[in-house]
Structure formats: structure tokens, C-alpha cells
Design a protein around this ligand. Structure first.
Ligand code: SAM
Length: 275
């Protein structure tokens, strides 16, 4: 057998210490009743741990070369199916219908870092009804995902995530736990998805547009940011009265707003534009 060459373009930093995937699986909230989607099984080190605790595991791996290696590595795991696909292209609804009928499904992964945000947003925005999503990401990204309003890491992504889920940082993993060793440490985080979002905006599209607008220019006040984005539809003095009506100060910045503030703001902007 020719030696496997790790592919940087696929973010292949493999875990080498079995204690880490064991802990990821243990803290993921997965039970023996649940189905699991794993993204990027690699050599199957996490897949084995998931197989031991879940009802069944479907592992999506982009690297065709791993298709001849994984079955052997997972020969003891008879509840695992491997699919050679790109997670960003696969139809998740089809996957849920075909592989997990009438079952709660969790996602678990040591994510390829080059597409972390794209994957997380695909899983959240699709509103697939996942129970939990437990992922290892770069430490700085974990800090951004978990940031609270008013802190440096808080941004459009954090605010958008808080519409779908609460996020908890579980533990840190040192760069030396991977082969090859990445430049930075990692952290494992868990998204507990809401059955019902804490907010119920009149228009979801407007809510996400307001969040995007508020963070386009971080140094600006919320009023100036909203004016740059919605200025052609709403006069600045109206935007100011909307901000004040929401109980916010004229000098407030987008990074200080919670998802509840954003939802109130977006409802008033939506009503104004609709008029
Ligand atoms: N789970 C293994 C571990 O913990 O050692 C491997 C994790 S490694 C950080 C990321 C894995 O995701 C690799 O196996 C890589 O080939 C795979 N991958 C990268 N891009 C992918 C994509 N778009 N869809 C599915 N898998 C992908």
C-alpha cells in the first residue's frame, strides 16, 4: 500500500491522542437513541468513539483516497456508513430522510478549518432540527462563536448564531495533539439548537440584514452603520427615532446589541420599509 499523504487543502490535521475524541463524544450530548452525522472522519479516530455511543453514524468525507483506508480502520463498527462527498454540497434533507428516519440527529466533527464558518452556518441556517452540533475549531474562532455582546469577539456571526442556538465552549486542545501540528490551539464547542428561537422577528430576512449592516463598519455608531445600509429607504432622523424607540442610546454601537435588541430593531425597520 502506498503511504497516505496528508492534504493541506482539505485541512487534514489528524488527532493523535484517543483521549480527545473520547472526551468530544462524551460531552456532545449524544445518546444511544441518536443518529450522528460526522464531518471529515479522516482515519476514523472520532468515528469509533461516536459509533460506541450512538445508534448509527454517517460520516461524510471529501477525500476519495480515504475510502480505501477507512473501512479497514472501522471494521469493528457495524453502525457506521461512510459517504464520499463534500459536506458543503450534500443535500442534508435527503441525508436525514434516507439515513435517520424518525430519529434525533446530532452533528459531531473535528472540522477542516478552511471552511469552519461555511459548514457551521450551513448546518444552522438549514434549520434541520439537529439536537446538538459539537465541533472542534480553531481557538480564536471558538472565542468568536461564544462571544457575548459588548466584547471584542462579538460580531455578525455571533449575533446570527444566537438566533439558532446557545453555544458553549467545552475545552481547549493543544496544537501538539494533531499530526501535522497546526499553528494554533483548538477548542471544542457545542451548539444546543433551540426548538424555538428566543426571538420571533416579523421578517427573518430583515433581521439578518440589520445584523449585517450593524457590523459592516465596526468603528461606526449603529446609527451611521444603519444609515449607510438603509439610508436610501429610511431617512437618518427616522433611523434615530427607531433606535431610541428600542430603548437604545444614540451613541450605541452594533457590537453592544443582543439578538433581542436586533430583533426589536429589525421589526421597526421592516414596518417602516413596508409602509
Ligand atoms: N476526524 C479526523 C480526526 O479528528 O483526526 C480528521 C479531522 S481533519 C481536521 C478534517 C477532515 O475533514 C479531513 O479528513 C478532511 O479530508 C475532511 N474534509 C475536508 N473538507 C471536507 C469537506 N468539504 N467535506 C467533507 N470532509 C471534508
Amino acid at each position: 500500500m502506498t503511504e497516505f499523504k496528508k492534504k493541506k487543502q482539505y485541512g487534514q490535521n489528524f488527532l493523535t491522542n484517543v483521549a480527545i475524541p473520547r472526551r468530544i463524544a462524551a460531552e456532545s450530548g449524544i445518546t444511544s437513541e441518536d443518529g450522528v452525522i460526522e464531518i471529515g472522519p479522516g482515519f476514523g479516530i472520532l468515528t469509533k468513539e461516536l459509533s460506541a455511543i450512538a445508534n448509527n453514524v454517517v460520516a461524510i468525507e471529501i477525500d476519495t483516497e480515504l475510502m480505501s483506508i477507512l473501512p479497514e480502520k472501522l471494521s469493528d463498527c457495524n453502525n457506521v456508513k461512510i459517504i464520499n462527498e463534500d459536506i458543503l454540497k450534500i443535500d442534508i434533507n435527503d441525508l436525514l430522510t434516507n439515513e435517520f428516519p424518525n430519529r434525533n440527529v446530532c452533528v459531531c466533527a473535528n472540522l477542516p478549518y478552511y471552511i469552519t464558518t461555511d459548514i457551521v452556518m450551513k448546518l444552522l441556517e438549514g434549520e434541520y432540527g439537529f439536537k446538538t452540533i459539537t465541533v472542534m475549531v480553531q481557538k480564536e474562532v471558538a472565542e468568536r462563536f461564544c462571544a457575548k455582546p459588548g466584547t471584542d469577539g462579538y460580531g455578525a456571526i455571533t449575533a446570527s448564531i444566537s438566533y439558532y442556538a446557545s453555544v458553549k465552549r467545552l475545552f481547549t486542545v493543544k496544537a501538539g495533539s494533531f499530526d501535522p501540528k497546526p499553528k494554533v490551539d483548538s477548542a471544542v464547542i457545542r451548539f444546543d439548537l433551540y426548538d424555538h428561537s428566543p426571538v420571533n422577528p416579523l421578517s427573518k430576512e430583515t433581521l439578518f440584514a440589520v445584523i449585517k449592516a450593524a457590523f459592516l463598519q465596526r468603528r461606526k455608531t449603529l446609527l451611521n452603520s444603519l444609515n449607510s445600509y438603509f439610508g436610501d429607504k429610511i431617512p437618518k432622523e427616522e433611523l434615530l427615532s427607531i433606535i431610541l424607540n428600542c430603548g437604545l442610546k444614540e451613541s450605541v454601537r452594533g457590537e453592544e446589541l443582543s439578538i433581542i435588541d436586533f430583533s426589536k430593531l429589525s421589526d421597526q425597520i421592516f414596518e417602516y420599509i413596508k409602509k
